[in-house]
Design a protein around this ligand. Structure first.
Ligand SMILES: NC(=O)c1ccc[n+]([C@@H]2O[C@H](COP(=O)([O-])OP(=O)(O)OC[C@H]3O[C@@H](n4cnc5c(N)ncnc54)[C@H](OP(=O)(O)O)[C@@H]3O)[C@@H](O)[C@H]2O)c1
Length: 295
């Protein structure tokens, strides 16, 4: 029989965990959230009768407790439950933050629990029911006490994810990478959509038009190196085209110019690594993109 679990913080990640842990055979012991409404909503999705806004009443019988509250509250929430003797002896306490280490759960360790973090490399955007399992096929990183890591590894596999271990002291860089891949991809596409709409493409068609380009690039990255997947004017050393981009962006939408330039500068180094950019073209492009006062 699988262990029992409790969720504290019935938001996006907590709700997804509740649904898919239950589906994987783990036994819901209790769900708690700041508001009873959130706890009830998640509990109704999995048919759990023990839902509450008194956190330790949801956690005190669980083998595994997930604290899935916002990052800034996890340590405090854990301490509050520990102060109320709300952790079962020898249980495992996990949080899902990518930026924070398991150390923030040390108040639970002082109660005899094993502590760890289990971070799914996925974007959870809603608390609604899911058509497909968001944990399936993704990478989830784990770190912490050995017992907690062993348990989190099994859970990860049961959820359908690939488990990797991450060192506690390198976690913040790992999280920065995830932020770039997910959040800054949104930023990048916002920049791209802004430019295409300024070019007169109707907003409703803009993403549809760019999507095959994005997917083709992702596929190239998957099948070649990142450097080899780079095409376009910087990879070709096409200085005139970059000059035209800069003057047109400066004229039509100057607020986007500095971001375009910073991304271009970083791209020069990728093109150099690819080996398609001459030293003189690289130097000229760096002059164009590096000096924010030239345009
Ligand atoms: N969202 C993602 O894509 C994602 C991906 C990977 C990891 N994570 C991590 O997962 C964790 C949860 O993130 P999330 O996006 O699921 O957050 P979220 O949707 O904002 O949900 C947080 C939940 O915690 C509850 N809460 C807040 N303060 C509380 C307290 N003091 N006591 C009890 N419950 C409290 C909120 O309660 P009420 O609803 O009751 O007000 C809310 O339901 C974070 O550590 C985050 O870094 C998130």
């Amino acid at each position: 029989m699988k262990p029992s679990f409790s969720i504290v913080g019935c938001g996006r990640v907590g709700t997804a965990l509740a649904i898919f842990l239950t589906e994987a055979g783990y036994i819901p012991s209790g769900l708690a959230s700041k508001s009873l409404t959130s706890a009830k909503r998640a509990a109704d999705l999995i048919g759990c009768l023990n839902y509450t806004d008194i956190l330790w009443e949801a956690t005190n019988k669980a083998d595994i407790v997930f604290i899935t509250t916002p990052d800034g509250t996890i340590e405090d929430v854990c301490s509050k439950i520990a102060d109320k003797n709300g952790f079962k002896p020898e249980c495992v306490i996990l949080h899902c933050s990518g930026a924070l280490t398991s150390d923030i759960l040390s108040s639970a360790r002082a109660c005899g629990a094993s502590i760890g973090s289990m971070h799914p490399l996925q974007s959870f955007a809603s608390t609604k029911e899911y058509k497909i399992n968001p944990f399936s096929g993704i990478v989830t990183s784990v770190e912490g006490d050995k017992k907690a890591v062993d348990e989190a590894t099994l859970i990860t596999q049961d959820l359908g994810s690939v488990c990797i271990s991450i060192q506690t002291d390198t976690k913040i860089l790992y999280h920065a990478s995830a932020v770039v891949a997910s959040n800054y991809l949104v930023t990048l596409l916002d920049l791209s959509l802004n430019l295409i709409c300024r070019a007169g493409v109707p907003a409703k068609d803009a993403f549809k038009g760019l999507k095959p380009l994005i997917e083709g690039t992702l596929s190239n990255i998957e099948h070649m190196s990142v450097q080899d997947a780079l095409t376009g004017p910087i990879a070709r050393g096409d200085i005139k085209t970059i000059e035209n981009h800069l003057s047109e962006i400066a004229a039509k939408t100057p607020a986007l110019l500095s971001l375009y330039k910073i991304l271009g500068l970083y791209t020069i180094d990728i093109a150099k690594a690819k080996g398609t950019l001459t030293d003189s073209a690289s130097k000229r492009l760096k002059e164009l993109l590096g000096d924010s006062t030239t345009q």
